[in-house]
Ligand binder design. Structure first.
Ligand SMILES: [Zn+2]
Ligand SMILES: [Zn+2]
Length: 645
């Protein structure tokens, strides 16, 4: 059944008008005098780039994690949502926080290091978009000298001699000096009050407070992209290339002032560039040679992969840079649930129009995460480890064991020779296009992930034995899917037969009450004494592996539970006790096995069988997000492949 959902009315031109008036409200033009009035009431607006980024990330709050670290919801929203990288992100935010307090990390270049497609650039994009959004809020208001290409902090106008008093008076901290251009324009302390100041909005597109640089071919690397260049149209008028009026302060490092500078592939750049970056990190100045050092305050972030990083660690030319760099390892995510969310996000951004079976992405994620796990020396295989990492309770594994497992391989997930999210999404897209299907099922996905190994650029050059190992992982993922599908069909049948479950539960409880009550129960009407029937209780308990010797404890525990719930005024239902629920369902499913087999494999089921099958299909579609194609396919798959074993 399809429901027609009326979409809320959207009028483009009304929205545009609202947007324009919002921009007008936010745009503010004034003078240095006005700005000082603003700062007097809101000193927190005078902040460094590290503080700004830290405020952005923490403005959306924090959530504590079981291991004592924190999670930042900021990184989980929007097009740049990041999943499963809590540790690297906590690491990054810790650095920003220390920087915000003016500590040493403020003087470092941040280097995100990890395998391709693991989320390094997404992290940087998230920060850039965050800056853009933040500067549009009242909390994120940022002001600059209107005429300055470097978004100069207006407080730089205050002469050094007067700063201590001002700082103490307002509890703000001023760093840095006017750029050469502002210095030549506004060097006279008597006329400062009227220097034009405006509110700025960070924008990567307009190159305001956000800079991006990627080194090109080393022979043609041009410094001006980074630090600006002589403006030849002004040179004749002002006579000298050292006159700031004849210079364009529009290099990426200039425009990134007050915000963030993304320096891509830092380790591929020329030594002259590294020298400039060092000055920027160490002293917060841009050294061009042509002018005195130009103050700049920006968070410099770069990224690299393991191969290049190994060179970085050994090559002498990087020695000085190493001292000034904080490396943040960004491994592939190792949690299936988080991996699934990554795919959901990527798929939403692509234009997949087909239905995607609710298990497809999870199955693909299982394969990808398995490819990233190192084999533990402890008695835990990778299929189990996968569940432990995903926070599932695994019998016999304590929290401490789980932590030990995580600590066993500090570099787990860092290998570029494992499966990346990109590989998975590419393979799934190929499957959809080639198969021309209206639904992507887990089986289609597994086939595509297997076929892609020889074709995809990410994997095709891997050694043969590595590829074979990956193919085995596809089989492992299929095993996981088989379990999932069996469980899913089982639950669907059980829900369709929920009245039977309730009946079985009532009978079971009556009997264990009798058992715990000296093995007798009195019928309330006839007054007849009945004995508890082991033949009714044992098959249910056996379904979840409760031995003869353990039955008494199990039964007593349930009775206690019923008592506890009763004193709190709650009724005990079969869903109140997870193990009992499992036992009942397993028992019922065993009884239903024949029905499942018949209704899913028989070519012409009788009307009653057909009715049952329709009920189950309906439930899968309405409650579990299946489409008719994949619901029927799974029922047939489970019926013919899994139940016969
Ligand atoms: Zn300036
Ligand atoms: Zn489907």
């Amino acid at each position: 059944m399809h429901l027609y959902m009326a979409k809320p009315e959207f009028d483009l031109f009304t929205a545009l008008d609202t947007h324009a008036s919002e921009l007008e409200r936010l745009s503010w033009q004034g003078t240095f005098g006005n700005y000082i009035d603003i700062i007097k009431t809101r000193p927190s607006l005078a902040r460094t780039s590290h503080r700004t980024l830290f405020d952005i990330v923490t403005a959306s709050g924090t959530e504590p994690l079981p291991d004592g670290t924190k999670k930042y919801p900021f990184f989980e929203t929007g097009e740049n949502a990041i999943f499963g990288l809590e540790k690297p992100l906590a690491n990054l935010v810790g650095i920003l926080e220390a920087g915000a307090h003016g500590l040493e990390p403020r003087k470092r270049i941040l280097l995100l290091m990890g395998p391709p497609g693991g989320g390094k650039s997404t992290i940087v994009s998230a920060l850039k978009r965050g800056l853009e959004r933040f500067s549009m809020t009242d909390e994120g208001a940022t002001y600059a000298i209107t005429t300055c290409r470097m978004n100069e902090d207006p407080l730089h106008l205050i002469p050094r001699e007067l700063r201590p008093q001002f700082e103490e008076n307002l509890s703000v901290h001023i760093e840095g000096d006017l750029c050469p251009d502002c210095n030549s324009k506004y060097g006279d302390p008597a006329n400062l009050r009227d220097v034009p100041v405006r509110r700025i909005f960070f924008s990567e597109k307009d190159r305001i407070g956000i800079g991006t640089f990627m080194p090109s071919d080393p022979k043609s690397q041009d410094m001006s992209e980074l630090v600006g260049s002589v403006d030849f149209s002004q040179l004749a008028e002002h006579g000298s290339a050292s006159d700031p009026r004849a210079y364009r302060f529009d290099g990426e490092l200039n425009v990134a002032n007050r915000g963030i500078m993304e320096f891509q592939e830092i380790l591929k750049s020329d030594e002259r560039f590294l020298y400039i970056l060092l000055g920027l990190a160490q002293e917060q100045v841009i050294k061009t040679g042509r002018f005195a050092n130009i103050s700049a305050d920006e968070v410099v972030i770069s990224h690299t992969n393991q191969g290049e990083y190994d060179k970085f660690v050994t090559e002498p030319k990087f020695a000085a840079l190493r001292d000034r760099t904080l490396v943040i390892p960004v491994p592939y995510n190792l949690r299936v649930t988080a991996e699934t969310r990554i795919y959901e996000k990527l798929i939403k951004q692509g234009d997949f129009t087909s239905h995607i079976n609710p298990n497809t992405l999870r199955v693909a994620a299982t394969f990808a995460v398995l490819s990233r796990l190192e084999p533990s020396k402890k008695a835990v295989d990778n299929k189990k480890k996968l569940k432990i990492y995903d926070g599932e309770d695994v019998d016999g594994v304590s929290l401490k064991d789980a932590k030990d497992l995580r600590d066993e391989f500090p570099n787990e997930g860092m290998s570029g020779a494992s499966i990346s999210p990109r590989y998975v999404i590419d393979s799934l897209s190929t499957a959809l296009i080639k198969g021309n299907k209206n639904c992507l099922t887990p089986i289609d996905a597994l086939r595509a992930l297997r076929d892609g190994l020889d074709a995809h650029p990410h994997t095709r050059d891997l050694p043969q034995d590595k590829k074979e190992a990956m193919k085995n992982l596809v089989d492992d993922a299929r095993g996981e899917y088989d379990d999932m599908a069996k469980r899913e069909v089982q639950t669907a049948f059980i829900t369709a037969f929920s009245d039977s479950t309730q009946t079985m539960f009532d009978i079971y409880v009556t009997n264990i009450v009798a058992f715990c009550n000296n093995n007798k129960v009195t019928d309330p009407i006839t007054g007849e004494e009945k004995r508890a029937d082991e033949k009714l209780m044992r098959p249910i308990e056996e379904a979840i592996g409760i031995a003869e010797t353990g039955k008494k404890d199990f039964r007593e525990e349930i009775i206690r539970r019923i008592g506890t719930l009763a004193t709190m005024g709650h009724k005990f239902s079969y869903a109140s006790h997870p193990r009992l629920k499992e036992a009942l369902e397993k028992k019922l499913f065993a009884d239903l096995k024949d029905i499942v087999k018949i209704t899913t494999t028989v070519v012409n089921p009788d009307p009653q069988q057909q009715q049952r099958l329709d009920n189950v299909t309906d439930r899968l579609i309405k409650e579990k997000g299946y489409c008719p194609t994949c619901a029927n396919e799974m029922l047939r798959y489970v019926g013919s492949n899994l139940l016969s074993r």
